[in-house]
Ligand binder design. Structure first.
Ligand code: SF4
Length: 301
């Protein structure tokens, strides 16, 4: 069986798990290409205008591979951690894809709860039985895939730069260099290193959010807020660059929370959508870096 894996949404985070799982079940993996203009245009045409850019891009990835495979992974991720949720768009992504794209092969629809191995195995079983009737084979594939995922080290932590910024944003915005116009590279070329939230342990982030009136409902909010709070306390960063998807409700809450609680910290909000022009993007980054440098020189004087 040929299994299609669209390179969008949380692909960058869970690729080791999903690829291993399907390979262990004997499938041939067909990954979509890296995001490009064609995929973006396809996604923008197929998807409703109101959706955020990553959802549109995901549509483009599915359209690109749908005729080459027998099954496509559409990860309906409901929860990553207990008592927290991710975006509602993840919960409804199979329905969005089904309604917007015609002539699809089989798509995966079972919900994914990552915080519990038993609940996660339910997804594996529901999905795995499309490929094999052998329960033990599914169980073994699931265990191997979990082991591969555990070995995967995420995050960026540049060393040797005079200035350093926290690069905040969803995995699919940070690691998709087409979507973000290679923002890390742009910062590095201007002499600015980057650190992302994954390099700080989850337990540390949990401790940091205790100062909030209420534990954040959204996993992304806890991760980004907790990381920034810790990074500032430990003087790891000179500023914050937030890469946000236009029309992302979750980002709009997190951005305000960060601006409110860390108001004296240099903050650059870069909103991205299908119309974002690279020239304007570059100008804003350059102006921000210039301000960071002057601020640092001022502090040293
Ligand atoms: S979290 Fe924001 S960017 Fe991500 S899918 Fe949801 S709305 Fe889109």
């Amino acid at each position: 069986m040929k299994v299609g894996i669209p390179k969008g949404l949380l692909y960058y985070k869970y690729k080791p798990f999903f690829n291993t799982f399907f390979e262990e079940l004997g499938a041939e993996i067909i990954e979509s290409p890296d995001t490009n203009k064609d995929i973006l245009d396809l996604g923008s045409t197929l998807c409703t205008d109101e959706a955020c850019l990553p959802i549109k891009v995901f549509h483009g990835h599915v359209e690109k591979i749908k005729d080459k495979c027998d099954l496509i992974l559409i990860p309906r991720i409901m929860q990553i951690y207990k008592r927290e949720f991710i975006c509602p768009k993840f919960c409804g992504i199979p329905e969005m894809i089904e309604n917007n794209i015609e002539d699809l092969p089989i798509i995966t629809k079972a919900p994914i709860y990552l915080f519990s191995s038993d609940k996660f195995f339910k997804w594996a079983y529901e999905t795995g039985k499309i490929l094999t009737k052998n329960f033990f084979k599914i169980q073994k594939a699931f265990e191997r895939a979990q082991n591969e995922q555990k070995k995967f080290k995420e995050g960026i932590n540049d060393k040797g730069y005079a200035l350093k910024v926290a690069l905040i944003g969803h995995t699919y915005n940070i690691y998709d260099t087409f979507i973000n116009m290679n923002v890390k590279n742009k910062l590095n070329k201007l002499g600015v290193g980057v650190i992302t939230h994954e390099v700080v342990d989850d337990n540390v982030k949990y401790l940091e959010i205790k100062k909030l009136f209420k534990r954040p409902f959204w996993t992304f909010a806890r991760e980004y807020y907790g990381f920034i709070s810790y990074a500032l306390k430990e003087s790891l960063i000179d500023g914050i660059v937030y890469l946000s998807s236009f029309a992302c409700g979750i980002d709009s809450v997190i951005v305000e929370l960060i601006k409110l609680d860390f108001e004296n910290v240099p903050f650059l909000l870069l909103k991205i959508d299908e119309h974002t022009g690279e020239a304007g993007f570059d100008t804003r980054i350059e102006a921000f870096v210039d301000m960071l440098s002057r601020r640092k020189r001022g502090n040293l004087a």
